[in-house]
Design a protein around this ligand. Structure first.
Ligand code: PMP
Length: 403
């Protein structure tokens, strides 16, 4: 993988910034923008309905995009519905399964709010109980507790594949096996894993995998929900409307099969086509190479950040973790730290709880500045971050010493 070369595909990288906020949203290569431009300028039409050449091309490109995205996760196109994103995909599962009072959802303390609130709401509306499995001081999941939390009433295990705060990668395969043994379905929040590592849904043993295009070089407003064949019969669409029916009479309707049954109304056609171009781009590089690059950046970042006085990195120093570094610097709040990195050093990071407040609280943190890496980041950029933090830290210690 030639990082120098691929950086040329990302116009924002030539504008004098160091972009370390890909866990929030990634940059988009020209190829993605171009694919969307082509749809809007050369063959705008609705999909699945018309017989015109334009409509046929739009449908072909839309379905081709589904194929590209499905291939990236080892799925077939018929296993994958386009959705507005990870949050929407998870809510579609929460609303689309039938629940009984007393059903249990097991989730973990490291979940993003998008994989927590929909289950909390089920408690309010349907009497479903949410059990949260704990994590250790470094943010690692306690798999034994997870296995103990699963029981005969467990209807669903909802688990993130990778944390958007600590970068920890969970052993989802093992967790899924235990959940299936308990008779539960398994939903994997793949928002952070699918963009950064090879993911094979069959090998994971997931029933549902949710992810977003915008974190993997694609546009905003589009994502996907993979549904296993076994789980498909249990999932009903939460929204109904045009485009998802075989036939309708005054007495009722008959729905199309998944995934079309989950895509009512005119879909985000340009978004899907951009998503397909992003998946094609990533497949062209190869997810093994993407992960290998990330791992070498992680090793460098941990070495560089280690030893900066007053700096705390949430998450583990070793083991399976991605390039996400949530940082606290003694003497400076996360918002101020992020603002200084931006204004003084041109380094873009994010500050706050990153939609994972229970996780921050468990780790004794009141918010962090988060630097996150992707395939276009370089060793120099990682060093620039460390240098900037070192300078701010020294300055803070100097001013503290003066007082
Ligand atoms: N889960 C995780 C782990 C995430 O990082 C995010 C995005 N921050 C989401 C869910 C929600 O994704 P989206 O905002 O694209 O729906």
């Amino acid at each position: 993988m030639d990082v120098r070369k691929l950086r040329e595909d990302f116009p924002l990288l030539s504008k004098g910034i160091i972009y370390l906020d890909s866990a929030a949203t990634s940059l988009k290569p020209r190829q993605v923008v171009e694919a969307m431009r082509e749809y809007y300028e050369d063959y705008t039409e609705n999909v699945h309905r018309g017989l015109s050449r334009l409509a046929r091309r739009a449908t072909e490109e839309y379905e081709g995009a589904r194929e590209q995205v499905a291939k990236l996760i080892g799925a077939r196109p018929e296993d994958l519905a386009f959705t507005p994103g990870t949050t929407a995909s998870i809510n579609m599962v929460a609303q689309g399964l039938s629940w009984k009072e007393g059903d249990v959802v097991v989730a973990t303390l490291m979940e993003h709010h998008s994989n927590l609130l929909p289950w909390m709401r089920l408690g309010e509306l349907r009497g479903v109980r949410l059990k949260l499995v704990g994590i250790d001081e470094e943010g690692r999941l306690d798999l034994r507790s997870l296995e103990e939390a699963l029981g005969p009433r467990t209807r669903l295990l909802a688990i993130s594949h990778a944390s958007n705060v600590t970068g920890v990668v969970n052993d989802v395969r093992r967790a899924a096996r235990a959940a299936h043994d308990a008779g539960a379905l398994v939903l994997v929040d793949g928002a952070q894993s699918v963009p950064h590592m090879p993911v094979d849904v069959e090998a994971l043993g997931a029933d549902f995998v949710a992810f977003s295009a915008h974190k993997m070089l694609g546009p905003t407003g589009i994502g996907a929900l993979y549904v296993s064949e076994r789980a498909r019969a249990e999932l009903a669409p939460g929204w109904l409307g045009g485009g998802i029916v075989r036939e309708v009479s005054v007495d009722g309707y008959r729905l199309l099969d998944f995934p079309y049954s989950m895509e009512p109304g005119t879909p985000n056609i340009a978004g899907a086509i951009g998503f397909g171009a992003a998946a094609r781009y990533l497949r062209g590089i190869g997810m093994e190479s993407v992960l290998e690059h990330e791992r070498s950046m992680v090793r460098l970042a941990l070495r560089e950040l280690e030893g900066i006085e007053g700096l705390r990195i949430l998450g583990p120093r070793s083991g399976d973790r991605l390039g996400i570094f949530s940082l606290e610097l003694k003497g400076l709040g996360p918002d101020e730290l992020a603002a200084r990195l931006d204004e003084e050093f041109g380094i873009v990071v994010r500050s706050g709880y990153h939609c994972a407040q229970p996780l921050h609280e468990r780790l004794g943190s009141r918010g962090t500045a988060r630097a996150s890496l992707y395939l276009y980041n370089t060793e120099e950029e990682v060093r620039a971050l460390a240098d900037a933090l070192r300078r701010i830290s020294r300055e803070l210690r100097g001013s503290i010493a003066l007082i």
